[in-house]
Design a protein around this ligand. Sequence first.
Ligand SMILES: NC(=O)c1ccc[n+]([C@@H]2O[C@H](COP(=O)([O-])OP(=O)(O)OC[C@H]3O[C@@H](n4cnc5c(N)ncnc54)[C@H](O)[C@@H]3O)[C@@H](O)[C@H]2O)c1
Length: 393
Amino acid sequence: MIRKTIRSGIVGCGFSGTFHLHAARRVHGTQVDMVGVYDASPERARAYAAEHGLAAFEELDALLDRVDVVHVCVTATAHEAVAAAALERDRWAIVEKPLTGYFGDGTEDFRGDTCPKEPARIEALASVRRMLAAEERSQGRILYAENWVYAPAIQKEREILEKTGAQILWMHGEEAHSGSHAMTYAHWKYSGGGVMIGKGCHPLAAALYLKRVEGLARNGKPIRPATVSARTHALTRLPEFRDEGHIRANYHDIDDFSLMHVTFEDGTTATVLASDIVLGGIHNWLEVAANNHRSICNINPNNAMQTYNPVEANFRDIYVVEKTGTKQGWSFPSPDEDWFTGYPQEIEAFYRAVAYGEPVQSNSRLAADCVSTIYSAYVSAERKGTETPVERL
Ligand SMILES: NC(=O)c1ccc[n+]([C@@H]2O[C@H](COP(=O)([O-])OP(=O)(O)OC[C@H]3O[C@@H](n4cnc5c(N)ncnc54)[C@H](O)[C@@H]3O)[C@@H](O)[C@H]2O)c1
């Protein structure tokens, strides 16, 4: 096969912009021509461009004119605007999670923890609808950068479902660690919510994806979420919280613990936990209880490697695993953390979709179901866990 060349750009030169670039540089099925980068902060764009040997663009439009696909790695508040600009020019948009959301009313004293959640849900879904409509009008497509879908353990589970015709009865999963370091993460207005959207979107997307796979495999139709019951808490903001310095504790107006219990159209279930209060390194897993098998999909930590280190200082220059608190004693170094997390597989698949029209596992429909489920979950949490319908767009 002749490898096609795809011209590409990165918008947003921060944390995710960096791992996207690393993954794009590992793509082998197509030739990626990384044309340049753009960031709302010209200094950040220039510094990033210089570090990675790329061109920095001063206008988004100028970059869009030169590419086939853009990585939308900007703060979630700007996902819609940047993706829509790309789609309008018939470009493909690789959009980070969450697809979009509700980012407050713009007032100085807006608080996400006390704002009414039904209007928030309606506004978030209006944003989703605008993005789906922009995609509809475009020759380009939204590629939803949900790496959990492409994590090797989740793709292996997909194979099991497709080949055995399994019915999933219950999934439970979690994404947790001791707190994101980004300062903006403390504020609902930048992230569209707290940990329930910031981290919960990952295991939720994997669960929604696997039920889609199950439905398509057996009946040619995805099985979609129908209702959700949820609870959220702000444990590190409790007056009684005893801060010993291991867990981040300076959030402004967001939840740091959440639980979503989803029922699907066929009555089966998924339970998703997300929190910022778990020590011992990042904890990402999904367990599948099906009628003919049971799988535990470990994303992180993984026991591909286990190392005992008697002296903390010995591992000074050794990366072990995300968010680990100590490298002394037994640890689970991830020999290729990006690979276990699904980043290179995701970006490889997206470039193949752009170049050769290969089907997309993580698309705008999955992304829309995630946003809809999460904002219904915030409505449910406001009502202390009342079962709440999930609108299917
Ligand atoms: N999949 C994952 O594992 C993962 C991990 C981290 C972050 N994310 C997602 O990536 C997105 C970005 O997060 P991050 O951690 O990279 O943030 P970041 O703050 O490190 O970087 C965001 C960059 O976007 C730029 N920016 C903001 N608005 C812009 C606009 N309108 N136009 C151009 N540039 C703009 C900022 O100047 C900044 O440089 C978020 O949606 C987040 O949820 C995903």
